[in-house]
Write a protein that binds this ligand. Structure first.
Ligand code: FAD
Length: 470
C-alpha cells in the first residue's frame, strides 16, 4: 500500500470526525507546549475506540507510516510532536470514557484519552481518591501520564504513575491489541508486561485504556507554608515531619525565595502569608485517614520546636479552604513567574534526598563559574529528591545568546547530578530533548537492552520514531 492510499484508507476508516488535515486545524497538535519545537504531519487522526486505533495502526504499519501517539500534549521533552514530517499524529482525545469504577475493589478503568482531572473527579464521586496530581492535570491525559510515568505533587505518599497501574490495554505497532486490563493486586504470571509500556513515551505501542488503583479519601488534610534558612534545613524538616506525622506527609515542595518575589511582582493573585521575606520556602501538605486534630497538633508542635531551634524561620498553617487555595496558588504562580525573569534553561533532575542541598549548592557554583551572574531558581518535589533546577539569564544578558548555551548548561548541571548518583530525568522523560544526554550517561548494557526491547516490539520502527533512542 502506498502512503497516499494509506492516508485515504485512514480517512475512510475514521470518518470526518476522526481526522484533521487542514493546516490550521492540525497546528495545535504539531507544536510542543513550551514552543521549543514544532513539526509537520500529513494527517492528525482521532480514533473513537480501541478497534479504530487497532485498524488505523494496522494500516500505517502496512504502509510503513510512522505514528506519534499524543495525549494532552503537555509533556516537556519534545516527545509528543513529530520530527520527520512523515508521521501521522494519533490523538487519543476522543477516547475519554470512564469504563468502570469499583469502590469495593478500589479500582477504576478508563480510556487513555481521559483528562487526568476527570479521573480524579470520577474517583471522588464514589468517595475514593485517585492521587496522581500535577500542574497540567486539567489538560494532560491518563495515557500520556502513564507513557511518561508522571510524578507530580503527591509522589511521596502514593508513588509515580507506574505505582498506580494494575492493568493496561495496548495497541501494538502491528495493530494487534494486548488486553492486559487486569485489576489484580497479585499476579506473578511471567513478565509484567505493563511496565514495558509505562514510561515508554509511545515508542512501543499505543496505550488505549488502563485499570488504576484507588485509595481511601483522607479525612483531614493540612497545608502549610514554611520559611527555612536553606535547603539543608528543608531536608532535615522533611525527615522530622515524616516521623512526627506517622508518615502522613503527602507533598513537600521546596521553592527558592526569589521565585516568590517574582510571583508577587508579576502574577496577580499571589499572596505572601508571612510578614517577612525569606531565602527559601517549603509548601507542604499532610493527610490523615482520621478526623480530629491529631495531625494538626503534630504539625504545630513540630514546626514550633523547629522555630525554637532556628531550623524554621516562620510558618503558617492554613486556617481555611480559601487560604489553602492561596498557598497552592503560590506553587502554580512560581512556574508562570519564571517567564518574567528572561531566558530560562530547565533541568528536571533527581538525586538521593539527602544530597538535595549539596546538589543545589554545587550546581549553582559550577554555573556561576560558567556564566557569571546566572540566576538559579530551583524548586521541586524534593521529598522525592526531584529538583526543577531552572536557571535564568544574568540581568541584562542577551536572551537568545543565553539560550544558545542550553546544552552546555545542561551538561554542567547533569555532571553534578551524576556525581551524586542522580538522574538527568526525574519525571519528564527523554523525548528528543534529552536523547543525547541519555546516550551519554546510560551504560552500554542498558542502552543495548533498550534497543533490543524496541526492536522486539516494534521491529519496523514506526512507533514514535526518534524518541528516547535514535
Ligand atoms: P503528551 O504530552 O501528549 O505525550 C507525552 C508522551 O507520551 C509522548 O511521547 C507521547 O507520544 C506519549 N503518549 C501520549 N499518550 C499516549 C498513549 N495513549 N499511548 C502511548 N503513548 C502516549 N510532569 C510530571 O511528571 N510531574 C509534574 O509535576 C508535572 N507538572 C507539569 C506542569 C505543567 C504546567 C506542565 C505544562 C507540564 C507538567 N508536567 C509534569 C509534564 C506533563 O504534564 C506530563 O509529562 C504528562 O504526563 C504528559 O501527559 P500528556 O497527556 O500531556 O502527554
Amino acid at each position: 500500500m502506498t502512503a497516499c492510499d494509506a492516508l485515504d484508507a485512514l480517512r475512510t476508516l475514521l470518518g470526518p470526525r476522526g481526522y484533521l488535515d487542514r493546516p490550521e486545524d492540525m497546528a495545535p497538535y504539531l507544536r510542543e507546549c513550551r514552543g521549543r519545537k514544532s513539526g509537520t504531519s500529513p494527517l492528525v487522526i482521532r480514533p473513537a475506540d480501541t478497534a479504530q486505533v487497532s485498524a488505523a495502526v494496522r494500516i500505517c504499519a502496512e504502509a510503513g507510516i510512522p505514528i506519534v501517539p499524543q495525549g494532552g500534549n503537555t509533556s516537556l521533552v519534545g516527545g509528543s510532536v513529530p520530527d520527520h514530517g512523515t508521521e501521522v499524529v494519533l490523538s487519543l482525545s476522543r477516547m475519554d470514557r470512564i469504563r468502570a469504577v469499583d469502590p469495593l475493589d478500589y479500582v477504576i478503568t478508563v480510556e487513555a484519552g481521559c483528562i487526568l482531572k476527570r479521573v480524579q473527579d470520577a474517583a471522588a464521586e464514589v468517595d475514593r481518591l485517585f492521587p496522581l496530581s500535577l500542574g497540567a492535570e486539567g489538560t494532560c491525559q491518563i495515557g500520556g501520564n502513564l507513557s511518561t510515568n508522571a510524578g507530580g505533587i503527591l509522589t511521596i505518599r502514593y508513588g509515580n504513575a507506574r505505582d498506580l497501574v494494575l492493568g493496561l490495554e495496548v495497541v501494538l505497532p502491528d495493530g494487534r491489541v494486548w488486553d492486559g486490563l487486569r485489576s489484580l493486586r497479585k499476579d506473578n504470571t511471567g513478565y509484567d508486561l505493563k511496565h514495558l509500556f509505562i514510561g515508554a513515551e509511545g515508542t512501543l505501542g499505543v496505550i488505549t485504556a488502563a485499570t488504576l488503583r484507588l485509595f481511601p479519601r483522607p479525612k483531614q488534610v493540612e497545608t502549610a507554608l514554611v520559611a527555612v534558612p536553606d535547603p539543608e534545613a528543608a531536608i532535615a524538616l522533611l525527615a522530622r515531619l515524616r516521623a512526627a506525622t506517622g508518615d502522613g506527609l503527602t507533598a513537600f515542595e521546596l521553592m527558592k525565595g526569589a521565585l516568590l518575589d517574582l510571583a508577587l511582582a508579576y502574577v496577580p493573585g499571589t499572596v505572601d502569608p508571612l510578614p517577612d521575606r525569606h531565602p527559601w520556602y517549603v509548601l507542604l501538605e499532610a493527610a490523615s485517614g482520621f478526623g480530629g486534630s491529631a495531625l494538626r497538633d503534630a504539625l504545630e508542635e513540630t514546626l514550633t520546636d523547629a522555630m525554637e531551634d532556628g531550623s524554621v524561620r516562620d510558618a503558617v498553617l492554613s486556617a481555611s479552604g480559601a487560604q489553602t487555595k492561596e498557598l497552592w496558588f503560590i506553587r502554580e504562580a512560581i512556574v508562570e513567574a519564571q517567564r518574567q525573569g528572561g531566558g530560562s534553561i530547565k533541568h528536571d533532575v533527581s538525586v538521593p534526598v539527602s544530597k538535595v542541598a549539596e546538589f543545589i549548592e554545587r550546581a549553582s557554583a559550577a554555573l556561576e563559574t560558567l556564566i557569571p551572574g546566572i540566576l538559579p531558581l530551583p524548586f521541586g518535589h524534593v521529598a522525592d529528591g526531584n529538583i526543577h533546577f531552572n536557571v535564568c539569564q544574568p540581568a541584562g544578558a542577551d536572551t537568545a545568546a543565553f539560550l544558545e548555551r542550553w546544552d552546555e548548561v545542561n551538561r554542567v548541571v547533569h555532571d553534578v547530578v551524576l556525581s551524586l548518583g542522580g538522574s538527568i530525568s526525574a519525571e519528564h522523560g527523554i523525548g528528543t530533548f534529552k536523547r543525547g544526554e541519555l546516550l551519554r550517561v546510560a551504560g552500554a548494557v542498558e542502552v543495548d537492552l533498550m534497543r533490543r526491547v524496541k526492536a522486539a516490539i516494534d521491529p519496523g520502527g514506526t512507533m514514535n520514531p526518534g524518541k528516547i533512542l535514535d
